[in-house]
Design a protein. Structure first.
Length: 243
């Protein structure tokens, strides 16, 4: 890619961050991309460099936004973001590109709605589920979920159009073991035994494998897995509550 093209792409992306400063940020990003990101790491969607840069830029934008949601960007949160890109195959100059992008993005107020919209255009549904997992890793980097982080995560789920059930299951992965069981049944620790039983009956009926048996083996398998998770959660809560 010619050097001028990287600057143009970066400037175009920069306007998503809002205002002239965003365009300057984008130009720097495009210039850095021209110099360093010669081959797209295996964990990043390929096809062409412009698409890959869009994906990377907006992914970093979302992750930095959630990291800043509690009022500050901590070292732990930055490390989690960097480790995510290492797992994608980034190293050396490519990883330096990500560090520079994190640093630059942290200095501006992003339009989360616009960034999420663009990310959705450049990602598959499976990649959006991976995004949500990384978002939770960043949010829990300091061992607690700040209310502002939780609100922003809910916004992100809606903006990138992740199914509510998928989002719920991913969230449950990051709760403590005891809380996880309550999350699975859509209840809290303070729920009455009557409400626990009511929720269990509702979910058991909703996800019973017999309801989807006519759709084929794959749907039956998925329903069976979900049904088993619900039953396991219910049994653990029964043990804890003593009923």
């Amino acid at each position: 890619m010619a050097k001028w093209k990287g600057k143009v792409i970066g400037a175009g992306l920069g306007f998503l961050f809002g205002g002239p400063f965003g365009a300057i940020l984008g130009t720097i990003t495009g210039d850095f991309f021209d110099r360093s990101l010669k081959q797209i790491p295996t964990g990043i969607p390929s096809g062409n460099q412009e698409r890959s840069l869009n994906f990377i830029t907006h992914l970093v934008g979302i992750l930095v936004s959630i990291a800043k949601a509690d009022g500050r960007l901590s070292t732990q949160e930055i490390n989690v973001i960097e480790r995510a890109f290492v797992s994608f195959g980034f190293k050396g100059e490519d990883l330096n590109f990500i560090r520079s992008l994190i640093n630059q993005t942290s200095r501006v107020d992003l339009d989360l709605r616009a960034v999420c919209y663009e990310f959705k255009q450049y990602s598959s549904y499976e990649e959006r589920l991976s995004l949500l997992r990384i978002v939770y890793l960043v949010a829990f980097a300091d061992k607690e979920l700040h209310p502002n982080e939780e609100r922003m995560i809910n916004d992100i789920i809606g903006l990138v159009e992740i199914n509510v059930n998928d989002a719920f299951e991913i969230r449950a992965e990051f709760c403590s073991d005891s809380d996880k069981h309550y999350q699975i049944l859509n209840i809290t620790r303070n729920s009455s035994i009557e409400d626990i039983k009511k929720s269990y009956r509702h979910l058991s009926k909703q996800y019973h494998p017999d309801r989807v048996s006519h759709l084929g083996d794959e749907f039956t398998r998925l329903a069976t897995d979900k049904f088993q998770i619900i039953n396991q959660a219910y049994e653990e809560i029964k043990k804890e509550k003593g009923f």
